[in-house]
Design a protein around this ligand. Structure first.
Ligand code: DAH
Length: 340
């Protein structure tokens, strides 16, 4: 029995020497220590031993078992270390390999325009005001002096949540919010998303962007409006651009105008882009209507001001010569990556 145990120990240690992976290591564990293992089988024979022999053999059997277990554990650790070293070796960074250039993103053309506009107006002392896209109908229409029967209030033109709440159809309600919240002098711009119940085509979309501007102070006149907006157009399109103000009608301004700029393509001589007129319509503007000032708690006898609003898709399309609004929303990378 003693001999057999010693042989088992020798055999096992010999087997362990040749092991090179976890699977065969486990096979060895099963072979010697498993339920049907060699050592287990030998120990079952213990019952046949005499009283004197039993403690001696029992002690030896324990030693052999411990030695086998230590051998297995040692081998396991060695294999794990070897595996880890191999993995590290495999993942080692070869700093001499040429790098992979990560693809560089760029801003969406609309965001480029918004950034440009913000920079121009911040440079002129304006600050940025924000308002909610889900807006009170009275802010979007009533306080802006729009009559009850105005067609813009139609279900066909405006998305209503209920009678009192709409998706704002213009950024003009931000004017109202600013005038109600703050005391003049005021000088703010407000870029943001607006919504109209329009079908999508080359020039319409139910979601688009506008930027509103508002200046309120003592003694503000139409000359301030024209000077500010002319300067803005020159900063956006270049010094040679000229502006023209055509009388127009908005409910929240009196008098009102639309501002055209000379065509960026032909410089004013007439081409396909400007429909041979030499001019491109850019924005609406006017002197803030006394009723609007009054609705917002500002005394029109003391203060006056001007406001303007423009569609940002239109500005982007004009500046970049884009002929279809949908290109701005389709997110085709071939289109979007052209604007740096
Ligand atoms: N809110 C107008 C629109 O959506 C644009 C506009 C015109 C805004 C004149 C103004 C303004 O502030 O004075 O068509």
């Amino acid at each position: 029995m003693q001999e057999e145990l010693n042989r088992i120990r020798e055999n096992c240690l010999e087997d362990l020497k040749t092991v090179s992976d976890m699977k065969s290591l486990d096979d060895i564990r099963v072979k010697y220590l498993g339920k049907k293992g060699v050592l287990t089988a030998a120990l079952k024979e213990m019952g046949k031993l005499s009283k004197d022999e039993r403690p001696v053999i029992g002690k030896l059997a324990n030693e052999v078992r411990e030695e086998i277990e230590t051998g297995l554990a040692g081998k396991k650790e060695a294999l794990e270390t070897a595996e880890m070293m191999a993995a590290i070796e495999k993942e080692k960074l070869d700093v001499s390999l040429p790098g992979k250039k990560p693809s560089e993103g760029n801003l969406h053309p609309l965001n480029i325009i918004i950034n440009d506009l913000e920079e121009i107006f911040l440079g002129m002392g304006f600050s940025i005001a924000e308002g909610p896209e889900i807006e009170w109908s009275k802010y979007n229409f009533d306080y802006l002096n729009m009559p009850q029967e105005h067609s813009a209030r139609d279900l066909q033109e405006t998305f209503y949540y209920n009678d009192e709440v709409v998706l704002r159809t213009q950024t003009s309600p931000v004017q109202v919010r600013v005038m109600m919240d703050e005391k003049p002098p005021l000088r703010v711009i407000s870029p943001g998303r607006v919504y109209r119940a329009d079908e999508i085509d080359a020039t319409h979309s139910p979601v688009f962007h506008q930027m509103e501007g508002l200046v309120i102070d003592k003694g503000i006149t139409m000359a301030d409006l024209k000077g500010t907006l002319d300067m803005f157009a020159k900063k956006l399109f270049g010094e040679t651009v000229q502006t023209k103000f055509r009388p127009h009608q908005f409910y929240f301004t009196e008098p009102s105008a639309e501002m055209d700029v000379t065509c960026f393509k032909c410089g004013g001589t007439g081409c396909k882009v400007c429909g041979n007129s030499g001019w491109i319509e850019l924005l609406g503007c006017g002197m803030v209507h006394p009723n609007v000032l009054r609705h917002c708690g500002i005394d029109p006898e003391v203060y006056s001001g001007f406001a303007f609003g423009m569609g940002l898709e239109r500005v982007a399309m004009t500046k970049y010569g884009i002929n279809d609004l949908r290109l701005l929303f389709e997110n085709d990378m071939r289109f979007l990556t052209q604007f740096k």
